[in-house]
Design a protein around this ligand. Structure first.
Ligand SMILES: [Zn+2]
Length: 74
């Protein structure tokens, strides 16, 4: 079972569909069970879609990992 820190590492590979099928399923399961990660995921997905339309990718995993830790504490 993934925890939220695992999610911070896997969210972008998940969005890029670079994970194994098992990991994709584990991420999906965590997103269903964890509202903070789900909100984060939707937020990032929308950003990636927007960035994709501009034809480039921007990533800041450290900042995002910090953000999700804040979400868990609130
Ligand atoms: Zn989570």
């Amino acid at each position: 079972m993934l925890n939220c820190d695992d999610m911070a590492e896997r969210l972008y590979p998940y969005l890029d569909r670079e994970l194994s099928p098992e990991e994709m399923a584990a991420v999906k399961r965590h997103l269903q069970d964890c509202p903070p990660c789900r909100h984060w995921f939707v937020f990032e997905e929308n950003i990636l879609r927007y960035i994709g339309e501009c034809g480039r990718k921007v990533r800041a995993p450290e900042e995002l990992a910090a953000r999700i830790r804040e979400l868990r504490q609130s």
